[in-house]
Design a protein around this ligand. Structure first.
Ligand SMILES: Cc1ncc(C[n+]2csc(CCOP(=O)(O)OP(=O)(O)O)c2C)c(N)n1
Ligand code: SF4
Ligand SMILES: [Mg+2]
Length: 301
């Protein structure tokens, strides 16, 4: 919740678990994206170090990406619910709140408001990260009402188009006709129009994507967080396939994600004028800071 909490007193360092000390020394806390961001994963200690999700799971990859893209991990809280994703989200070195099924956006509403009252001079980022079942089915009313109320936090939906964690039931986000282990006759209804619903409910920044491009996916995560700080609710609808329930061979997971990009997960970005202003300002400042750092380094050499 703050760099002070994360950093141990010097004398205690040698008694702490090595993993923790490494996270403090080589993790992304207090660092820029250039120092410890998605572009240089593998060269710093990631916030999500280990998790029990299936090997080759695209959702697990995207969760790593979310945590590597956070603008300020030491001032971030995530909230989630039952589903595959929470198995990794709850392992991250960022506070995580796990409530009753589907209530993540209701809890996040209260938390965001409490933070603003308790820490009026600080920026705290609140992010809900949940599956399609948790966000659009069982948690639907709480998702919608948080958006309609204009709550200032980010909602990320990990859409694998199925209830993955419970063995393959259809969800509102499964495409029409999808044949799943527990929907053997094929889904009868249409896939829910999540991004349209988000816009109708008042989200001020909405993206649908298949996160195949690391740089772009990271930029979208950061945009959604920056806009939520100042303007209103933001929503990312990301394709995060389930290679188990959709029988996607592990070596074809990326190709499948690329394929989906041409269809129902074609990139779509919506923003209000106020959101656009925030994005242009923040990205302009980041660009200027990067340029200044480069110039300072060149002068020092
Ligand atoms: C109140 C309640 N009902 C049902 C469940 C069982 N349950 C656990 S995960 C899950 C579905 C998860 O689907 P989704 O949100 O799409 O996440 P995924 O596992 O696909 O990532 C269900 C129904 C539960 N934990 N709590
Ligand atoms: S069941 Fe599917 S979504 Fe869940 S961890 Fe395995 S591959 Fe990922
Ligand atoms: Mg799901």
């Amino acid at each position: 919740m703050s760099l002070k909490y994360v950093t141990p007193a010097k004398v205690f360092k040698r008694y702490l678990p090595k993993d923790y000390v490494e996270l403090v020394d080589y993790g992304p806390f207090g660092k820029t994206q250039e120092e410890a961001g998605p572009q240089n994963m593998g060269q710093f200690k990631e916030l999500v170090e280990e998790h029990p999700m299936c090997s080759g799971c695209w959702m697990a990859y995207y969760i790593r990406l979310i945590f590597a893209s956070l603008p300020c991990p030491e001032e971030t809280v995530t909230l989630g619910t039952a589903g595959c994703g929470r198995l990794a989200i709850s392992q991250a070195a960022v506070p995580f709140i796990y409530g009753n099924y589907g209530d993540q956006n209701a809890m996040a509403s209260g938390l965001t408001r409490a933070f603003r009252l308790r820490f009026p001079d600080k920026t705290k980022d609140v992010i809900t990260i949940a599956g399609d079942g948790g966000t659009m089915d069982i948690g639907f009313s709480m998702t919608m009402h948080s958006w309609i109320r204009g709550e200032k936090f980010t909602t990320i939906m990990l859409d694998n188009e199925v209830y993955g964690n419970t063995g393959g039931q259809e969800s509102g986000m499964s495409p029409k006709g999808a044949v799943l282990k527990m929907a053997p006759l094929g889904k009868k209804g249409e896939k829910m129009p999540a991004t349209d619903l988000a816009i109708a409910a008042g989200c001020v920044y909405v993206v649908r994507m298949s996160p195949t491009n690391i740089k772009k996916a990271a930029q979208i995560i950061r945009r959604a967080i920056f806009v939520a700080r100042e303007v209103g609710p933001t929503f990312i609808h990301a394709y995060t396939s389930c290679n188990i329930e959709y029988s996607i061979p592990t070596e074809e997971v990326f190709a499948d994600a690329k394929e989906k990009e041409k269809g129902r997960f074609a990139f779509y970005e919506y923003m209000t004028d106020a959101s656009k202003e925030v994005i242009e300002r923040v990205e302009g400042e980041e660009k200027a800071a990067k340029k200044a750092l480069k110039a300072a380094r060149a002068e020092a050499n």
